[in-house]
Ligand binder design. Structure first.
Ligand code: MLT
Length: 428
């Protein structure tokens, strides 16, 4: 007999089914709770609520485990590449050589963006935040592919839509960077792989030959893998929620970009570097800022520490920290901001104030230092997070469609005024 949860509400007693996942995670299925009892659950921020069943990403916050389709993130970061991981997230299995070639060729052939989109793009001021431009351009893309608006697309049409979004986002991101530095855009080159092509479009110049350093290609590829998915985080949940209304993939991804923009989510990597810069400008006095962070009356907060689900360490931060050292050493870069970051990390891992509050470096803490070493302006960091998270958003959107999930429509507990009659107060 399957396990149940026995609930006693006043005189009423009910049993609700318990659902156990493949990794032993347990949940109380409350689908019938309101019908049976009139009660709903209340869980601000959904900290205790499973929104869906998913077979894409598993993480264990207590043990610091992160796996994509069962493969540990450490192995994928070391042995795979971003395109292979993208295939894995989308289709559930690592590709054969033939599948990998077909998949990467398909994406390569769709990296061009319709020239008419430039009319929209040119309207942005050069200092417009990259995430606002990306959100807008992603939705604008849907205007050029009306077939994608059909909620009943075939599997092949879904694949083509996903291909177009994966292929065109790097091109759009490179355009956004070029605008911010006042340089002409570069066009994708079919001879390059995904990450090399992206770096070529971002840092290449029409006036000279450019090939990115293989160390940089490898580091960025690793960073994109580490950001590729993270189960039901804020932006991915947003993509699923928007997609559940049968909104198209472009609109769902644009919503994910909007959610990721927030400083409590993807915007944190930009906040980390800005925080480290403040400490550097103030003489690099780490101890002073550690005390400020502890002082309840001081509004200074340490960004890049702690995490909603990881209770001991963020497995991605460990990998990124190693990559950070590797990139800076190989590129011969000494970045005082990295020295400050390492001092802060040492304090956070030793000082009881941080240890008791589980404030250890998370994925955002070191990623900005690598992006900066590669040459990206700080305002581009969150867009780079979006580029990495794109396969996760699309995989979860695809899974939500294929599982026929209902439109997301949470309930609430009303706390406003009870019924009252209208009385004309304004003198009109
Ligand atoms: C992420 O990777 O999306 C962030 O760590 C936030 C999260 O998972 O809640």
């Amino acid at each position: 007999m399957s396990e149940t949860a026995h609930i006693k509400l006043g005189e009423q007693e009910i049993d609700l089914p318990v659902f156990t996942g493949s990794e032993g995670e347990q949940s109380i299925d409350i689908n019938k709770l309101r019908d049976l009892t009139g009660y709903v659950t209340l869980d601000s921020g959904f900290k205790n609520t499973g929104a869906t069943k998913s077979s894409i990403t598993f993480l264990d916050g207590e043990l610091g485990i992160l796996r994509y389709r069962g493969y540990p993130i450490e192995q994928l970061a070391e042995k795979s590449n971003f395109m292979e991981v993208t295939y894995l997230l989308l289709y559930g299995e690592l590709p054969t050589n033939e599948q990998y070639i077909e998949f990467t060729d398909r994406i390569t052939r769709h990296t061009l963006v319709h020239e008419d989109i430039k009319q929209f793009f040119d309207g942005f001021p050069s200092n417009a935040h990259p995430m606002g431009q990306l959100c807008s351009l992603m939705c604008t893309l849907s205007s050029f592919y009306p077939d994608a608006l059909n909620p009943h697309m075939s599997a092949n049409e879904v694949d083509m839509t996903i291909t177009r979004i994966l292929a065109k986002m790097p091109t759009l991101v490179s355009w956004i960077h070029k605008k911010s530095v006042g340089h002409p855009i570069m066009y994708p080159q079919n001879k390059f792989d995904y990450v090399t092509n992206f770096l070529y479009m971002v840092f290449g110049m029409r006036t000279e030959e450019y090939m990115p350093d293989p160390v940089v290609v490898d580091a960025l590829d690793k960073l994109l893998i580490l950001h590729a998915d993270h189960e039901q985080n804020c932006s991915t949940s947003t993509v699923r929620m928007v997609g559940s209304s049968q909104a198209n993939a472009y609109a769902s991804v644009a919503a994910g970009v909007a959610a990721l923009w927030g400083p409590l989510h993807g915007g944190a990597n930009q906040q980390v570097i800005e925080m480290l810069e403040v400490i550097k400008r103030d003489g690099g006095n780490v101890a002073k800022y550690v005390e400020k962070a502890k002082d309840k009356n001081d509004n200074f907060r340490l960004m890049g520490f702690g995490h909603r689900v990881y209770k001991n360490f963020d497995p991605r931060a460990k990998i990124i920290k190693e990559a950070c050292d590797n990139v800076l050493n190989k590129l011969g870069i000494h970045d005082p901001v990295l020295d400050i970051a390492k001092q802060l990390e040492e304090v956070a891992l030793r000082d009881n104030y941080f240890v008791e509050r589980k404030l250890y470096p998370n994925v955002d803490f070191y990623s900005g230092i690598i992006y900066r070493a590669i040459g990206f302006p700080t305002e581009m960091f969150t867009v780079l997070f979006a580029l990495g998270r794109l396969p996760g958003w699309l995989s979860q959107w695809k899974e939500m469609r294929e599982s026929g999930e209902p439109i997301g429509r949470p309930r609430q507990i009303y706390t406003g005024p009870t019924q009252r009659d209208y009385v004309n107060i304004a003198i009109r």
